[in-house]
Design a protein around this ligand. Sequence first.
Ligand SMILES: [Zn+2]
Length: 141
Amino acid sequence: MSDSPAAPAVTDARRPFRSDVVTVEPFALLGTRCAEEHITFPARDLCPTCHRTDVSTVALAGTGTLHTFSEVHQAPPGVEVPYLLGWVDLVEGCRVLARIAGGDHQPRIGDPVRCRPTTFTAPDATTGVGFEFEVIRDAHR
Ligand SMILES: [Zn+2]
C-alpha cells in the first residue's frame, strides 16, 4: 500500500492504552461494581443503574457471547479495513462494543468469545495495549 502511515514512534508496547480500561500483567478488562452488585464497563465513578457512587474497580472475566457484529469498510488513514466490530455480552451482564478478531473463522451471533490483548496506535503515534474479542473455537458448535 502506497499511503501507509509512518511507523509509530513507540513508547511501551506493554503499557495499557487506557489504564482505566485494561491491566496488562495480568491482562484484564476493568469495570466497576457498586454496592448493589451492578457491574459496569468501562469503569465509572457512578453506577449508571442505581446511581450509587460507592463503586470499586473489578477485573472482569473477559468472556461472554457475541450479541451482534458488522463488517466495517470505512476507517481513518492507518486503520486496515475491513474489520469486524461487535457487541459482546460479558458474563458479568454488561455489553461491550469492540473489535472482533476474524481470522479464518466467520463469527456467528451467539458465539462464545473471550477478550485478548492487542496493540493499538493512537493518533499521536504512541502505542499501547488495548483489547479485542475472539471466538472461543473449541467451544464452537
Ligand atoms: Zn448499581
